[in-house]
Design a protein around this ligand. Structure first.
Ligand SMILES: [Zn+2]
Length: 221
């Protein structure tokens, strides 16, 4: 099974991917990790990636696809895998289906409002000294604005400022809409309520995956 998670930054999609990996043994594949690894290993592809990244460009879809193709053909992906942060647009989704079209596919769209994303992310405070992360909503430091670990002042990261969060959310909605329509037409899209707790969301995801696995036995994986 190929599990795809769609959700904006702050929706908890990475956490759900981790839980799926733990529960089903499906490796979590993040394109960010694949790109970094290719650069580190200095492969031909890695050199191309490095050039594009250095130029501040988004890495081209065909390069990303090449890395994904290699990764999903590894033995540990035989029964399934979960994609985190991929496909990012309709073109990537179509290319993915071209290189591997026999997998049973299950796509989760984590639904969450902009207000909730703002509430979660704008509450984040980080310590630049030691890297500790706090949240004034649910993981406060003992003293306001001061790191528990090293006593340094806490700051709001540039990425967590409301204008930045709103712009990122807008771009997410815009690029994800065609993907949602595509998967909905294929009848492999399942929506889950991202306002819920991590446990409740995972319960919903798990029941759908279980149902899909038992329904597909003997057909294909
Ligand atoms: Zn600190």
């Amino acid at each position: 099974m190929r599990v795809i998670l769609l959700g904006p930054a702050g929706s908890g999609k990475g956490t759900q991917a981790d839980l799926i990996q733990k529960n089903y043994g499906f490796p979590k594949i993040s394109t960010g990790d694949l790109l970094r690894k290719a650069v580190q290993e200095g492969t031909e592809l890695g050199k191309k990636v490095h050039q594009e990244m250095k130029a501040g460009k988004l890495v081209a879809d065909d390069i990303v696809l090449e890395l994904v193709k290699e990764r999903i053909s590894a033995p540990d992906c035989r029964t399934g895998y979960v994609l985190d942060g991929f496909p990012r647009n309709l073109n990537q989704a179509l290319l993915l289906e071209k290189i591997e079209n026999h997998r049973l596919e299950t796509v989760f769209e984590i639904l969450i409002t902009e207000e909730e994303i703002l509430r979660r992310l704008s509450g984040r405070r980080v310590c630049l000294q030691c890297g500790a992360v706090y949240n004034i909503n649910n993981n406060k430091p003992k003293v306001d604005g001061v790191c528990d670990i090293c006593g340094s002042p806490l700051v709001i990261r540039e990425d967590d400022k409301p204008e930045v969060i709103k712009e990122r959310f807008r771009i997410y909605v815009e690029t994800t809409k065609p993907l949602v329509e595509h998967y909905s037409r294929k009848k492999v899209l399942f929506q889950v309520d991202g306002q819920n707790s991590v446990e409740v969301i995972f319960k919903a995801i798990k029941s759908i995956i279980d149902r899909r696995i038992s329904g597909a036995q003997g057909v294909s994986n």
